[in-house]
Design a protein around this ligand. Structure first.
Ligand SMILES: O=C(CO)[C@@H](O)[C@H](O)COP(=O)(O)O
Length: 223
């Protein structure tokens, strides 16, 4: 079985000591650093932007997985690509010309991702699969960390996996919101490849161990 890719979400880090938390992630088995950008319009919260991106780029050795929870994301794709993003996710609900936006993200040298709000069906992606490296399924309504996982996500992941298989697409499936060791293995069985985790990592007594457990969550738990 393939081990999942793990992306700790910086939103849940200790901003009073970001360098410490970034170094913890560097020392961990995490595969990416998930970077949530919120504009207070697309979602009812404002998080962080370019000054924090610069800190992350300086101190993080992990590829940056940037999730743009903003309206009109086209305005900022070049800046995030030049700022060091490896992957840029735009929201399906925020893009009028999704095909063009995804093509542009790739042209800027990044992997192209689309994030789906919990109410957005996966079917609308069929005509952009060739432009798409990863789909970020939101398992909470975006805007805040620490929310409860929406159980409907299991069916949605399975449906997307089927769509990708039917189209012979190599697009990865990433899940974000309320992820912990409790739901990780069921999500992987449904077809997820990448797990984003905020509070279950940074709220743990031992964040390194929490990341290690998520990384090994494809294996049956030993009682
Ligand atoms: O994008 C978001 C929230 O909008 C997420 O990336 C959260 O940061 C995940 O946090 P937890 O639900 O794991 O605490």
């Amino acid at each position: 079985m393939i081990r999942p890719l793990i992306a700790p979400s910086l939103l849940a880090a200790n901003f009073a000591n970001l360098q410490h938390d970034l170094e913890m992630i560097n020392d961990s088995e995490a595969d990416y650093l998930h970077f949530d950008v919120m504009d207070g319009v697309f979602v009812p919260n404002i998080s962080f932007g370019f000054p924090v991106l610069e800190v992350a780029r300086k101190h993080s050795k992990k590829p940056l997985d940037v999730h743009l929870m903003i309206t009109d994301p086209d305005r900022y794709i070049d800046a995030f690509a030049e700022g060091g993003a490896t992957t840029i996710h735009v929201h399906y609900e925020a893009c009028t010309h999704l095909h063009r936006t995804l093509t542009h993200i790739r042209k800027m040298g990044c992997r192209a991702g689309v994030a789906l709000n919990p109410h957005t069906p996966v079917d609308g992606l069929e005509d952009v699969l060739e432009q798409l490296d990863v789909v970020l399924i939101m398992s909470v309504n975006p805007g805040f960390g620490g929310q409860s996982f929406i159980p409907h996500t299991f069916r949605k992941v399975a449906k997307l996996k089927q769509l990708l298989t039917d189209n012979r697409a190599s697009t990865l499936i990433e899940i974000d919101g309320g992820i912990s060791i409790k739901n990780a293995s069921a999500l992987l069985s449904a077809g997820a490849d990448i797990l984003v985790a905020g509070s279950s990592v940074f709220g743990a007594q031992d964040p390194l161990e929490a990341i290690r457990q998520l990384k090994n969550s494809h294996q049956p738990m030993v009682a």
